[in-house]
Design a protein around this ligand. Structure first.
Ligand SMILES: CC(C)(COP(=O)(O)OP(=O)(O)OC[C@H]1O[C@@H](n2cnc3c(N)ncnc32)[C@H](O)[C@@H]1OP(=O)(O)O)[C@@H](O)C(=O)NCCC(=O)NCCS
Length: 167
């Protein structure tokens, strides 16, 4: 038997850039789970990544399995509202890493006193919606014919939110 590589969630650093972009590029190439579609503008994303690492209001996480980077999460806080996106390469879906990334995100959001998490998800992304619901997120509305895809189609997006401060 081959042992499962040990997995770990950690803050991304400058040295994670290429692997981070490789994950985004791999998931973008599936064309059905995230907003990005190929070809990815790696240069623009690299610049954005560099700025994010230096910003106190931003979070970049990587999920590592052994020495491989198999998932990422990006988040940004503005006026107590944290918007985020996350993704895992196909082989690492359905194995608990999405929850681990979310838990780290929630720790970060709480530690800075944010009152809410928010995200957008495609209506057909039942795996993602199930994960978010398990952590208490609720669907708050649907953006109709909102995002133009490279195919020319307009896709709806579901807005989901988790209020951290119910007091
Ligand atoms: C969305 C995502 C981050 C969820 O993380 P995850 O670690 O796979 O989450 P879980 O293991 O908790 O699985 C989530 C659901 O998918 C199901 N699932 C199981 N195996 C799966 C597989 N191989 N592929 C996809 N989903 C699977 C799980 O059963 C679970 O559904 P349930 O709660 O009804 O049981 C991950 O599937 C992913 O990266 N998908 C592609 C990118 C993406 O959609 N990002 C989110 C954009 S909003």
């Amino acid at each position: 038997v081959t042992a499962e590589p040990s997995t770990r969630i950690r803050r991304a650093g400058p040295g994670d850039l290429e692997a981070y972009l490789d994950v985004v590029e791999a998931v973008a190439s599936e064309r059905r789970w995230i907003g990005y579609e190929p070809p990815l503008d790696r240069e623009a994303l690299a610049e954005r990544y560099g700025r994010a690492l230096g910003a106190d209001t931003e979070l970049r996480l990587v999920a590592a399995a052994g020495t491989a980077t198999v998932g990422i999460l990006n988040a940004e806080e503005y006026k107590g509202i944290v918007s985020f996106g996350m993704m895992l390469v196909p082989a690492w879906r359905g194995r608990g890493l999405g929850g681990k990334l979310l838990e780290e995100l929630m720790r970060w959001a709480r530690s800075r006193g944010a009152h809410k998490l928010t995200l957008q998800v495609w209506p057909h992304n039942t795996a993602a919606i199930a994960l978010y619901e398990r952590y208490g997120f609720v669907a708050e509305g649907r953006l109709r014919r909102h995002w133009r895809r490279k195919s020319g189609e307009l896709w709806d997006a579901v807005v989901m939110g988790l209020v951290l401060d119910d007091g």
